[in-house]
Design a protein around this ligand. Structure first.
Ligand code: MG
Length: 259
């Protein structure tokens, strides 16, 4: 998301318990769509699979009709140089060697969860496979810092140092976000870069979506005329992983995991 930092609301254990249920639905949306990824499938078919998971889980979509122009699907599918917010269509058929970012969200009883993975389509180049691996590692490194006593700068610094030491760049125009009663809360903004020991102190009850977007080339982005799809300005490959995380007294809990 793209937003300045605003009011940060801490959640109770009861509220986090509902977000955990929403997180399980998101994990199932990602599991089902990941399993379906293969050369020849369209991104609209992946969206249909995710829609069925929402329906049978009794959950609502937080992506559908979001924003302006109203977002038309329940997942985002971002292929190759598309960083985030790619719109699923019947025309976008995945091909051997592509990589596809799948971003999914769900609402249960008014509480939101949001997560993303990047998946290889068939056999991909070693360069693409390494980008996916490093981006997922960067998310894990960021989550490990998301604990009481740390600051948001520690999260961003961990992600940035892993990405840049691998020769990649971190997208700067977008980052993670507070999440709870809304998918994108007013605060905090969670940058995927920064200085250790700086920024908002992390406290018990904080719930954030952490989502590194990492490019093989430069970090600059461009918005396509559909008003949603964000691509790398230089056409290089990009990967994206995301989890919704709750800060408990003794450390982070990833909410977007299977039950
Ligand atoms: Mg997000």
């Amino acid at each position: 998301m793209k937003a300045p930092a605003g009011v940060v609301t801490l959640k109770t254990p009861e509220q986090i318990a509902i977000m955990r249920r929403a997180g399980r639905v998101v994990a199932e949306m990602l599991r089902a769509t990941r399993e379906a990824v293969r050369p020849g499938i369209s991104t609209a078919e992946l969206d249909a699979i995710a829609t069925k998971v929402l329906a049978r889980s009794g959950a609502r979509s937080n992506f559908l009709h979001y924003g302006q122009p109203p977002y038309p699907a329940v997942i985002c599918t971002s292929v190759n140089d598309e960083i985030v917010h790619g719109i699923p269509t019947k025309k976008r058929v995945l091909r051997e060697g592509d990589i596809v970012g799948i971003d999914a969200g769900a609402i249960i009883d008014g509480w939101h969860a949001d997560a993303a993975i990047t998946v290889p389509v068939g056999r991909v180049s070693p360069e693409a496979a390494r980008l996916i691996e490093v981006t997922e590692q960067a998310l894990r490194a960021g989550i490990a810092q998301t604990r009481p006593g740390k600051r948001l700068g520690d999260v961003g610094a961990a992600i940035q140092s892993l990405a840049e030491s691998s020769g990649y760049s971190v997208v700067r125009q977008y980052g993670g976000h507070g999440i709870g009663r809304q998918m994108h809360e007013d605060g905090p903004f969670v940058p995927n870069w920064g200085d250790a020991d700086r920024g908002l102190p992390i406290r018990e009850g904080l719930t954030v979506a952490i989502e590194p977007m990492i490019n093989i080339g430069g970090w600059d982005t461009r918005l396509l005329p559909d008003g949603w799809t964000v691509v790398t300005a230089d056409g290089s490959l990009s990967a994206h992983f995301e989890h919704t995380v709750a800060v408990l007294r003794d450390g982070p809990e990833i909410l977007t995991v299977p039950g």
